[in-house]
Design a protein around this ligand. Structure first.
Ligand code: FEC
Length: 314
């Protein structure tokens, strides 16, 4: 008999259309609708990104499908069949919808994983809390992968991404050792630090491991995409970092957004448009590493941590 094990694959979520941006933004703001000006500004950013307006939806769909295939490939003698369900934080199908779909299919055991490698109580922690509450309600036994930021295959694929871009800098006439590598991730409110949150340390650990493996000595960490709220967010922001580097006469910069795994607004707008504009003004050459998306190496990371978590449940 085959045992079906549910895998709840959780991701941030993105609207399905420009008409859906207001509901999405209101959800992110915990039910507070944005002002007309804030809404317009967000719609403008979506319209400006290259390669389609909401690429995160397709990318997440592809990641979920590819993870399902990876989990059931080379499964050896086991009678376990992993079935992936999608659960989004701020859009349909919501995290709770994914858990309900599992329950409808008769799933009683499941593993939850977020498509973000680093844990913060304000990021991955909130996905897990919602999924756990729904799983309890549905009578599903569910365990979670909290983080996978130092998985050797993750470090390996990110290092290869960094090296590939450094090769391009060299081909363009730059000295490899003079390219400043900027590791980045989504900022969070500064108060996470006094809460003893592991987010910043995990991001620094990933950055250090990737730099070491790629042989990068000139690197630093910077934040990006801080929310537009009144409280202080973790800095320095990538745009300020670029201005500082320009004062230090740094001319070549490679940004490696290791906190993200997909092409989406925070990469395609905040880095490829906004940061790129500042870099041009500062007369800097700025490149960014390619996003992981559904790279088989990333799928292998996810399938290995999901299997390990499932085996620990037995
Ligand atoms: O392409 C897309 O449609 C989605 C891009 C997107 C990703 C993303 C990832 C993270 N966020 C995180 C935290 C926050 C906090 C707030 C916040 C606000 C926004 C807004 C948009 C948005 N985020 Fe996001 N985030 C993405 C998009 N995010 C749009 C609203 C406008 C703005 O402020 O720019 C602030 C909420 C509040 O008002 O209180 C906090 C974290 C991640 C990375 C981990 C993850 O993927 O879950 C953390 C992708």
């Amino acid at each position: 008999v085959t045992t079906k094990v549910g895998v709840l694959v959780m991701s941030y979520g993105t609207p399905e259309s420009l008409e859906g941006v207001e509901a999405y933004y209101t959800h992110i703001r915990r039910g507070n609708p944005p002002s007309a000006e804030q809404l317009k500004e967000l719609k403008d950013r979506y319209e400006a990104i290259v390669g389609g307006v909401f690429p995160l939806r397709e990318n997440t769909d592809r990641q979920v499908a590819a993870l399902g295939a990876a989990l059931n490939k080379d499964n050896g003698e086991t009678t376990v069949q992993f079935v992936c369900y999608q659960g989004l934080k701020h859009a349909h199908p919501f995290i709770e919808d994914g858990v309900e779909a599992m329950a409808r299919d008769g799933i009683t055991e499941a593993v939850g994983i977020v498509l973000a490698p680093h844990y913060s109580v304000m990021s991955v922690g909130t996905y897990i809390k919602r999924a756990q509450a729904k799983a309890d309600e549905c009578g599903i036994r569910m365990e979670f992968v909290n983080n996978y930021h130092l998985h050797p295959e993750l470090i390996d694929v990110l290092s290869r991404r960094v090296s590939a871009r450094l090769d391009q800098f060299e081909e363009a006439g730059a000295k490899r050792s003079e390219v400043r590598v900027l590791f980045s991730a989504h900022s969070l409110p500064e108060r996470i630090l006094s809460m003893g949150d592991p987010y910043r340390d995990q991001l620094l650990e990933t950055s250090e491991a990737v730099a070491k493996q790629a042989g990068v000595t000139s690197w630093q960490f910077t934040w990006q995409s801080a929310g537009r709220t009144a409280e202080p967010w973790l800095g320095p922001d990538v745009l300020d970092t670029l201005r500082e580097l320009s004062k230090e006469q740094v001319e070549d910069v490679l940004v490696a957004p290791v906190g993200f795994v997909s092409d989406h607004l925070e990469v395609l707008y905040d880095l490829d448009i906004e940061a790129q504009t500042i870099a041009r003004e500062l007369d800097m050459r700025l490149m960014r590493i390619e996003s992981l998306n559904s790279d088989p190496a990333y799928m292998s990371v996810l399938s290995s941590v999901v299997r390990t978590r499932y085996n620990q449940m037995q």
